[in-house]
Design a protein around this ligand. Sequence first.
Ligand code: ATP
Length: 241
Amino acid sequence: MSSQVLQLAGVNRTYGAGATAVAALRNVNLTIHAGEFVAVMGPSGSGKSSLLTLSGGLDKATSGEVFVEGTPLSGLSINELARLRRRAVGYVFQDFNLVPTLTAVENVALPRELDGIPARKARRQAMDALRLVDIEQLADRFMDQMSGGQQQRVAIARAIVGQRRLILADEPTGALDSNTGDSILEVLRGRAEAGAAVVLVTHEARHAGWADRVVFLRDGRIVDEAAAQHDPAVLLTGLAH
Ligand SMILES: Nc1ncnc2c1ncn2[C@@H]1O[C@H](COP(=O)(O)OP(=O)(O)OP(=O)(O)O)[C@@H](O)[C@H]1O
């Protein structure tokens, strides 16, 4: 039995209160093991991004518990949570969240350096990650000298640098053409094969076909789970539940 990297146990997340409260996640139970690649699909507003931000410790559950490598996130101080995120969790945001005043390699090396890794070693690891996403030749460019697709690859390199054990990716292929998108999915697949747990939020059934398992959300609930099929039509049938 492989080890659990991420577990959501009875997780609810409600935004706001009273008449305007929005229940973004309702009693979500989900376990993801090392080496597993899971796609999360569902209509707009079904709670996909909320599931990811809670899993990465970027937001707190209203009730229930999120465990990363067995550690309950609700028990951690702000500093402990920040350390766990830097060491164990790689996050690809929809809007990249890169630092414009840093170069590509500096952006990727930053979380390693913040974690106390010597600058040269952090840079070497950052170059390895940039190479994996096929963009090492642009390592010294600033963000405003890169296209959206190139920035997206930098964001992915930052998420996979340093052998992180949990990789959370929110529509990581959005700004990429389909060939580049496929090569990014191959990188994520490779991280899973190297032992990471990978969670991919996607609208595209074709992309979910790279996953071992697909979780379907609707109105904040998990409505279905399926082994990924490599036929997109089958995934679309799942979405129609
Ligand atoms: N900060 C917030 N404040 C209030 N409501 C929010 C907030 N974030 C999300 N919501 C609401 O929670 C629900 C789930 O949102 P979420 O972004 O998780 O869905 P999603 O499936 O990722 O959507 P999309 O595919 O459009 O990105 C939606 O109804 C959304 O409007």
